[in-house]
Design a protein around this ligand. Structure first.
Ligand SMILES: [Zn+2]
Length: 494
């Protein structure tokens, strides 16, 4: 019987955001220890559940270590990174001998002292378990990784879908590989290639070209070559000024390093050919997007989803201001991230009339917006996801309030940044989205897991913000000079 340690450390670090990611931010999302990790993830569709199911099914024993995740902010503080990695290595020492380690990491974490935070975390785990204990890692599709990680891990598995609806399957694939390796039936050999492309998240949905094409080719490699176990295509997280930024391909084979190299090189070359599609495309600004939304409503294509992809702090007012300016009615925005506006509403209480200035405190979020209306709802909101993404997982928004501005215009205010993934992202605040003509979300692709089927029309919006569809406005210093399209070499007029 095998003893497998499991754990997780997950953060998508937006290095351009000034606010650091602290221990408290991890506490706001989740921090779990020991057996709690197994209990809490058993019913949630995620990587860890995949680990748990496969290891238990094969009669293995699970040892929970640490599982921590935080919402998107700036660099992870030195304190937070040291705390969680030390707790993980301490737990492994206390376990006194495990046969393997399965870790659910993100791949785009950057800590104050470590741009390649995942590689450092795995290096620390390796220093405890030694060279002979396999360490296998799952990553988010937005992973920015290079050989620093593949040098210290035995096998790496990136989820294949964006929206990430297959994280449980990714966890299962890693755990199956672990079991086969421990039984001596498999010997992981891995190769990583980076095509040299940085791209904004909004172009990375896997139901569309070019990511769909990359995935098809990767699937083909897995199908035709018996020794190809898993081919990961990670387009990466573009809002990170780190040296390992950008797309990567990671191939895991059974003992065939040359084959892994061949697959990773082939995939990388294919991605390079389609680099334009992955990196650039014009998207409507707020004014044009609201015009389009209003004409879609007139044509009866409801609900119209306006997806504000550029807002990374959740407090942008550009789109809401434009909706009000153009006189749009029957809409709900979920949500406007503003703890002090929520607190003000809490003091007044449900049913009160309110005039409050909200949002617009972030680096590129516009001016605060004046809102007047009735407080329809006040509460501390944690809700359960019921759509295809992270089914059964919980989302915490902290103290929240819903304002009715009249003419069926609703604005949800939250204390934590919040991304809608399914209809619960409205219902939890007392608004039924099926009554609404226009739904406004702060999301690039994840909302599509549910709304691609439900929406009459989806309109992407590129408002000013810290997550622009055009990366050329951000000032990168640490990225490779040859990375397309914003590396220094591409800026030079030839
Ligand atoms: Zn992701």
């Amino acid at each position: 019987m095998f003893r497998i340690a499991i754990g997780g450390l997950s953060h998508e670090t937006h290095t351009f955001l000034e606010k650091r990611t602290t221990v408290g931010d991890f506490a706001d999302r989740h921090v779990q220890y020991g057996p709690e990790i197994i209990e809490r993830n058993r019913t949630v569709s995620n990587y860890i559940r995949g680990f748990i199911e496969v290891i238990e099914e094969t009669g293995g024993e699970l040892v929970g270590t640490v599982n921590a995740a935080a919402n998107v902010h700036g660099y992870v503080t030195r304190n937070a990174f040291e705390k969680f990695t030390t707790e993980m290595t301490d737990a492994l020492r206390e376990a006194e001998g495990v046969d393997g380690v399965l870790l659910a990491l993100h791949g785009a974490m950057a800590a104050e002292d470590y741009d390649r935070a995942e590689a450092e975390a795995v290096r620390r785990v390796r220093s405890v378990v030694g060279a002979d204990v396999p360490i296998m890692v799952t990553l988010d599709l937005h992973a920015n990784e290079d050989h620093h990680l593949t040098d210290v891990a035995d096998a790496v598995f990136v989820c294949k879908k964006y929206p990430h609806t297959d994280t449980r399957e990714t966890g299962e694939a890693a755990a199956r590989c672990m079991v086969a390796t421990l039984r001596g039936e498999f010997m992981p050999a891995m190769a990583l290639h980076k095509p040299g492309i940085i791209s904004p998240s909004i172009f990375q949905g896997t139901d569309f070209s070019p990511m769909r094409d990359f995935r098809e080719r990767a699937d083909e490699w897995e199908r035709v070559e018996d020794d190809v176990c898993y081919v990961s295509v990670a387009p990466g997280f573009g809002y990170a000024d780190v040296p390992d930024v950008g797309a990567s391909v990671i191939a895991v084979t059974n003992g065939d390093k040359a084959l892994a190299e061949k697959v990773a090189r082939d995939m990388s070359a294919y991605m390079w050919k389609k680099r334009e599609e992955l990196a650039r495309r014009p998207i409507a600004g707020p004014e044009e997007a609201v015009q389009k939304a209003r004409s879609a409503v007139q044509d009866g294509r409801c609900p119209v989803v306006l997806a504000d992809g550029a807002d990374r702090t959740g407090d942008s007012t550009h789109l809401l201001r434009q909706l009000m300016r153009q006189g749009a009615g029957n809409f709900v925005l979920s949500s406007l991230h503003d703890p002090s506006a929520v607190q003000f509403c809490q003091q007044l209480g449900e049913g009160s009339e309110v005039a409050v200035s909200a949002g617009g405190w972030g680096q590129a979020s516009g001016e605060p917006i004046h809102l007047e209306g009735r407080i329809e709802f006040v509460g501390d909101v944690t809700y359960e996801l019921t759509g295809p993404m992270n089914t059964g997982g919980t989302v915490g928004c902290g103290p929240s309030a819903t304002l009715n501005l009249g003419d069926s215009r609703y604005v949800v205010l939250t204390s934590l940044n919040h991304q809608v993934r399914d209809a619960e992202g409205f219902r939890a605040f007392g608004v039924d989205p099926s009554d609404m003509d226009i739904l406004i979300v702060r999301s690039r692709v994840h909302f599509r897991a549910y709304y691609d089927r439900v929406a009459g029309e989806i309109i992407e919006v590129d408002a000013p913000g810290m997550g622009p569809a055009d990366l050329s406005g951000l000032h990168f210093y640490k990225i490779p000079a040859d990375i397309f399209p914003v590396g220094k070499n591409w800026q030079v007029e030839v």
